[in-house]
Ligand binder design. Structure first.
Ligand code: BES
Ligand code: ZN
Length: 860
């Protein structure tokens, strides 16, 4: 890799207080012109001003009336202005004139393609500034701590909608027949939260109970797809106001769906931008899980309006404060709006399990990690910042209690409103509110990577029953860690007498500790981590584990505990601390399981074992195992929705159909085929909840004609959710030629860049597809790398193309390739994926014979 210059933050001798910026995008030439006057404060004697600027040409710069010289540094993404005289200390104004282009990389000021209802292709101009791309739209101090106010004017064609963070204050016609739209001054805020949108949109609107005007902007003619998100937003803003004890400070909140969007959504203050699939809900064609996801995303971005926008991290090192927090709060919102989703149980699967999986790797990183260069910043938008961040906050919330938590939050938000904060500032407020040693305990979770496994066994101490609990770092490969790790671990313990209420609570602050079981009835099972709230794994003695299994089968153990128990067991097997066969055996205790989320987590763990069996001759045996395991729940649910059934049952039905379909269950395949034909012919439309499962089964088990029919669905559907549903399964095709075609299709102009990764991911589900994908990625690297131009989409592409191999010999090839073809924002992901390959290979070597013997025996 090329030597990088040492990264440096901007010198702050001169800082901005207000930007008055005018931008004129040209939606046909894909360029823009800009001018800005920045009110600055000169704090120290200097004759140079350094600010961020990238891919912009600056025509002129003046400090008051003094013209400056301009030097660009494209590596550092800065512009340096040198003036003939020293700048007077105090207030001054910096005036700039510049031009740039509306790029197609989904960052900075970019163009997004859409089709009008009449079928015409057009472009909108939109922004995505987080983390470090505001500098591609306007020269600015592009660091989160350089807060200022913004007066924005957009000069746009008359028939276009123009939006920014604040409401419009004035409009006028320009000499050239354009419309000049000026927006109200923003509050003091960071540059990464600024946003502009120019294009054609329709909207639905409403007011929340505090009179905040909320609009959901949709593609033309599709306003009905905005009403779901509007309802969520209307409920959520007042809910957060109450929860944080602070009102949303802006007069309006726009939510807008953008056709081309790199992330899922972006929390720009007052103008939140979304990928279409994260905002739009079609009454006929959206699935329950999509609705749930839209609610989570809306809840997440609205949480940022307080956590991130009002109070902002001082530097990207503290990114997790933004993302971990919003990823926790979004669940509060969905729980408030839609209790029927039992969303906190899904947290365990969506966030905690993802966090533990990634954080057990040797190539993980602490929640707080020093970052400098933009590529390093991109790298930390990962499951550590999001999922581990959220999980640590959930553990903290449970430890100090909701009341102290809210009180501390309120204090923190008030104290740092319109300012910036460090992680420690939050700990201090929460410590003050709770009277607990928050900083001491929490810093063990944020400043070291990883998490502990607690070894638990029952002993007799002088005739008295007792538990011995010992902590050590959990490593995915089961080895002892290098270095000394220790956590302060909040621990709850329950027993069968009351599975919900802990009989013992402590904070483990040493390596090992003993707990008396005096009060526990003989014969009671004992369980650590009720609710699966702690960020740790538990390894029980076999006697203790055995006593818990009946409580799984009869479901007297609560759902979150059933989920956590098998999740830990699977991780222990993967680490070689138990065997895959143990997992297969314990899974059978879940045969009568009724909970969607428990099934979902179990199914994904079993998929890992299935993945390994792809490299053996016992794939068919594993299929039979799955068919048996899922048969009871399949029979209970059937194919038709019951009147008034819970969305979780609908989601479970989809999971079961998909699992049985992929395992080659005859009845399921036939039913899927016939429902697919009815759906395509228009005879009977398929319930949206079942479409992914049915499409996937049909592609995997069907022929070219099915493929063509599904491709037609892709081409004719106007709903992004439906298109992506198809893209995800196209790669399930069998033969080499078809697979290659799907890969080519993924990067053709028929697929939006934002969606290509979903399509390629589908291909990697089979052993052959995986191999072909890796070849394809290498062969097409220049194109792929230009498509994503760094960033987290590139990182996910790299990850999906390599992580599921189970043969170590590919690792040197991967490392060699990325030595020669750097993917800066994917460096850590490459290390992590190679580690995952090692883990797959080790698990396969260790367990292949035992798995085969067990599956053979059970199928005979
Ligand atoms: N702030 C992020 C958007 C973002 C992500 C900007 C990565 C720059 C790089 C936003 O709040 C976010 O977290 N979006 C998530 C959705 C959320 C529900 C997890 C996303 O984009 O996936
Ligand atoms: Zn976020």
């Amino acid at each position: 890799m090329a030597e990088k210059k040492e990264f440096q933050r901007l010198p702050l001798k001169v800082v901005p207080t207000n930007y008055n910026v005018t931008l004129t995008p040209n939606l046909t030439a894909f360029t823009f012109t800009g001018s800005e006057t920045i009110i600055v404060e000169v704090k120290e004697k200097t004759d140079v001003v350094v600010i961020n600027s990238a891919d912009i040409e600056i025509q002129s710069v003046k400090f008051n009336d003094m013209t400056g010289e301009i030097t660009m540094d494209s590596e550092a993404e800065t512009a340096t202005f040198t003036f003939p005289d020293m700048l007077p200390i105090g207030q001054g104004s910096l005036s700039l004139v510049f031009t740039g282009s509306l790029n197609d990389k989904m960052k900075g000021f970019y163009r997004s393609k859409y089709t009008t209802p009449a079928g015409e292709e057009r472009h909108a101009a939109v922004t995505q500034f987080e983390s470090t791309d505001a500098r591609r739209a306007l020269p600015c101090w592009d660091e989160p701590a350089c807060k200022a106010t913004f007066d924005v004017t957009l000069v746009v064609p008359k028939d276009k909608v123009a939006l920014s963070n604040m409401p419009v204050v004035s409009e006028s016609e320009t000499e050239s027949g354009l419309r000049s739209v000026t927006f109200a001054r923003t509050p003091i805020m960071s540059t990464y939260l600024l946003a502009f949108v120019v294009g054609e949109f329709d909207y639905v609107e409403g007011k929340d109970s505090d009179g905040v005007l909320i609009r959901v902007y949709t593609p033309l003619g599709k306003t009905e797809q905005g009403t779901f998100a509007l309802e969520v937003a209307k409920k959520t803003l007042p809910f957060y106001k109450d929860y944080f004890g602070i009102a949303y400070p802006l007069p309006k909140m726009d939510l807008i769906a953008i056709a081309d969007f790199a992330a899922g959504a972006m929390e720009n203050w007052g103008l939140v931008t979304y990928r279409e699939t994260c905002l739009l809900v079609d009454p006929e064609n959206s699935s329950s899980s999509s609705k749930q996801y839209v609610a989570l995303v809306v809840g997440h971005e609205l949480a940022h309006q307080w956590f991130g926008n009002l109070v902002t991290m001082e530097w990207w090192t503290h990114l997790w404060l933004n993302e971990g927090f919003a990823s926790f709060i979004e669940y509060l919102c969905v729980d408030h709006c839609f209790p029927e989703f039992d969303i906190w149980t899904q947290f365990v699967n969506q966030d905690l399990a993802q966090a533990l999986k990634l954080d057990a790797l040797n190539n993980s990183h602490p929640i707080e990690v020093p970052v400098g260069h933009p590529a390093e910043v991109d790298e930390i938008f990962d499951a550590i910042s999001y999922c581990k961040g959220a999980s640590v906050i959930r553990m903290l919330h449970s430890w100090i209690g909701d009341e102290a938590f809210r009180k501390g939050l309120n204090q923190y938000l008030n104290k740092f409103a319109y300012k910036n904060a460090f992680t420690e500032d939050l700990w201090d407020s929460l410590a003050e509110a709770s009277g607990k040693p928050v900083r001491e305990v929490l810093s063990t979770w944020t400043s070291q990577m990883g998490f502990p496994v607690l070894q638990v066994s029952e002993t007799l101490e002088g005739g008295q029953r007792a538990l011995t609990i010992t902590q050590s770092k959990f490593c995915a490969d089961g080895k002892s860690p290098e270095g000394d790790f220790q956590w302060m671990v909040p621990i709850d313990i329950t027993c069968s007498t009351d599975p919900l209420k802990p009989f013992y609570t402590t904070v483990l602050s040493s390596k090992s500790s003993t707990v008396s079981l005096d009060g526990v009835k003989a014969g009671d099972w004992i369980k650590l981590n009720p609710g699966t709230i702690g960020v740790y794994r538990v390894q029980y003695s076999s006697a203790m584990l055995d006593s818990l299994i009946p409580a799984v089968s009869n479901m007297s153990l609560p759902a979150r505990d059933r989920l956590g128990l098998q999740n830990d067991l699977f991780a222990l097997a993967r680490a070689g601390l138990s065997s895959s066969v143990d997992v297969l055996k314990v899974a059978e205790a879940y045969k009568s399981e009724s909970n969607y989320t428990v099934w979902s987590d179990l199914a994904s763990n079993l998929s890992t074992i299935s993945l390994l069996t792809q490299y053996t001759d016992c794939s068919p045996l594993m299929d039979s195992y799955n068919i048996k395991l899922f048969s009871d729940v399949a029979a209970r649910l059937g194919w038709e929705k019951k009147e008034g059934e819970s969305p979780l049952d609908s989601m479970l039905r989809a999971l079961v159909v998909s699992k049985l379909g992929h395992s080659g269950h005859n009845d399921t395949m036939q039913e899927a085929m016939s429902r697919f034909e009815q759906h395509i012919s228009g005879e009977k439309s398929l319930d949206a909840d079942l479409r992914s499962a049915v499409y996937g089964t049909v592609i995997k088990k069907g022929d070219k004609s099915h493929f063509d029919k599904l491709m037609k669905v892709y081409e004719t559907s106007e709903l992004s959710e439906e298109k992506v549903r198809v893209l995800r399964v196209l790669g399930y095709v069998k033969d080499e030629e078809q697979i290659t075609n799907v890969l080519q299709f993924a990067i053709s102009d028929k697929v939006r860049t934002q969606d290509a990764v979903s399509c390629i991911a589908g291909v990697t589900s089979s052993a052959l597809g995986r191999q072909l994908t890796w070849k394809f990625v290498q062969a097409n690297w220049p194109k792929l790398s230009a498509m994503y131009d760094g960033g987290f989409l590139q990182a996910s592409l790299v990850k999906i193309s390599i992580q599921n191999f189970a043969d170590r010999s590919v690792i040197p090839e991967i490392k060699d390739f990325f030595e020669k073809n750097p993917a800066p924002a994917a460096n850590r992901v490459i290390q992590q994926s190679c580690e995952n390959i090692e883990l797959n290979a080790a698990m396969l070597e260790r367990d292949r014979e035992a798995i085969k013997a067990y599956l053979t025996e059970m199928n005979s």
